[in-house]
Design a protein. Structure first.
Length: 153
């Protein structure tokens, strides 16, 4: 399984906000830090805001902050919120989605094995919070990345 860039950027944004909890952060700052498109990031921020992961404030003095403490944001919840399709194969599509026809669908065990694997993957992500991911290296690197006058670690 491979997560989309959308989810990757969402997680990176949340990590950046978690390091900078004492202030509001601009979309431009996050985009420049990671070298990603501001336009793409705007869509991601909007989606994260709808999920309660991010608070946005417009206008002078506005910016982004985490929607809740890093200890309360589970990585698995973010992945579920940002990934449109968690089906590993076509026959695992959710009800109402297009299902890829399969000759083996009546007696195939592959779907069950892949479902178990996906469940294990998500279980690991559910055990981790943003706070768990912010070890000293990540904190130091992201803090220095936001201040070009600070020498590299």
């Amino acid at each position: 399984m491979r997560l989309t860039l959308y989810t990757d950027y969402a997680l990176r944004t949340l990590l950046y906000l978690a390091v900078h909890t004492g202030r509001r952060v601009s979309i431009r700052e996050v985009a420049q830090t990671y070298g990603i498109s501001e336009n793409h990031l705007v869509k991601i921020i909007h989606h994260l805001g709808r999920g309660g992961f991010v608070h946005t404030q417009r206008g002078r003095g506005g910016g982004l902050t985490l929607g809740r403490p890093p200890e309360e944001i589970r990585v698995g919840d973010v992945v579920r919120h940002t990934e449109e399709d968690m089906a590993l194969v076509g026959c695992m599509a959710r009800y109402g989605e297009e299902v890829t026809p399969c000759l083996l669908s009546g007696g195939c065990r592959l779907r069950g094995v892949l479902g178990s694997a996906l469940g294990a993957f998500m279980e690991v992500l559910d055990r981790s919070t943003l706070a768990d991911l912010l070890q000293p290296y990540e904190r130091q690197t992201l803090m220095h990345a936001s201040d070009p006058t600070t020498p590299e670690p």
